[in-house]
Design a protein around this ligand. Sequence first.
Ligand code: ZN
Ligand code: ZN
Ligand code: ZN
Length: 165
Amino acid sequence: MLHFFNKKKKDDKGQPNSGRERAECFDCGVPEGDTHWNGCDKEICPFCLGQLISCGCCNEKLGLIDTQKYDESTDYLPPEIYKSGFTEEQASRWSAILEEKGRIPFILYPHFCAKCGKLWPDFFRVPDEEWERYIQPDMRDAIICKECFDFIKQVIKGADERSKK
Ligand SMILES: [Zn+2]
Ligand SMILES: [Zn+2]
Ligand SMILES: [Zn+2]
């Protein structure tokens, strides 16, 4: 967990676009190609490729984790760090480590339905068993829009019913 970053939030969400207009980060508002504002929750950690503000790489790279001395209740961190975050010195050391590795600049990769190509489909919930029943194994990690899911379900069901007759 990073505690030291300043958070700059943009209120308007920014319009996702399909072309090569320079998009802005929905969270911190930087244009594509720039590095996110410190503390943006869209920034990817260059070490683990997880979310930079929540991964534990900072603690690890700063050598703060000590599984002998500390326990789970503080995530194996010194209690004062767990409670109040990094000291300025630690924060700037972590910044330097990140800069040296190279922070990942913001480029917007849109979500789109793997079936119809619709951009930014709304997410919806399906019980796992239904997803597995109708979505073939190699597509289960893909994004599929609600309309396409309903279509897939309908055609598979229809074929099943016909074959039973
Ligand atoms: Zn951002
Ligand atoms: Zn990380
Ligand atoms: Zn679709």
